[in-house]
Design a protein around this ligand. Sequence first.
Ligand code: PEP
Ligand code: MN
Length: 337
Amino acid sequence: MIVVMKKGADQSQIDHMVQRIASLGLKPHVIVGAERTVIAAVGEKRPEHKESLESGPGVAEVVKILAPYKVASREVKPEPTVIRAGSLTAGGDTIGVIAGPCSVETEAQILACAKAVKAAGGTALRGGAFKPRTSPYSFQGLKERGLEMLAAARAETGLAVVTEVVASEDTDLVARYADVLQVGARNMQNYRLLEAVGKAGKPVLLKRGPSATMEELLLAAEYILDAGNPNVMLCERGIRTFETHTRFTLPLATVPYLKQKTHLPVIVDPSHGTGHSYLVPDMTAASVAVGADGIILEVHPDPENALSDGYQTLNFEQFATTMARCRQIAEVLGRRI
Ligand code: PEP
Ligand code: MN
């Protein structure tokens, strides 16, 4: 259910309704909108709840939330959520560009990336310190040393740091260094991890599992929202299909679909979505054209010698050209990067 407050409802009325919802054994989520405040009441409902809440002070109406994801739903919050994390803004009029290597390798490598990303107009730095690799024999990341290198690159350039947390027990450590916690595709349905990042107090970039449906993605986001973290970005990074010409299949219809269903920003990852660097610039441009609120791209000073995902990684020049193209498309759409 959503308790829709009247336009002029004051804080004491909102607080009162929060308590009333909790006293019915439901979990209240206050969502402050531009027009008015709504309170989602999530949990096991009984028929008499609606009537009981409708009579509350400052309440305009009580309506059922039809979608299985409640707090993520557009029904609850019609206006888009804008996420801000240091230099990164994603949502509304602003498109965030998160770029950097697949893995943090050396201090010189991550600093060179940060400088090139910033110079080309990127707005956040990515880089994996904890890497979820398909093979246990592949490079697993520099772990805390990698996080320190990311923090040093942030100190030098001012770029916000987006980095992955692979296990719930690492969440506090990664959150000490990161501006945005990335939950990887392989972990989209790791519910303990989703709860942990929901409590970590940092925005989250939640990647779609390669065989997850839109509803499963939105319900995974709901875990994070329900744990008390309103700052979730959804990321389309390609799904598994019968097709083999690309590493994954990148379905860009995800973007307008999700924007109908949820107020959360939608980010696209054309690097993992295609798996080939020569396809990345066009699919990045297409992602911006279709309305993405952000892009996440793999960029490296020497992609050929990258320790992971080099074949889908742009060099600095390719990144700068791609950025220039995206800026032009964004402008036509009345948005900015
Ligand atoms: C990554 O961003 O490098 C990564 C491992 O992505 P995904 O979880 O989408 O595979
Ligand atoms: Mn990668």
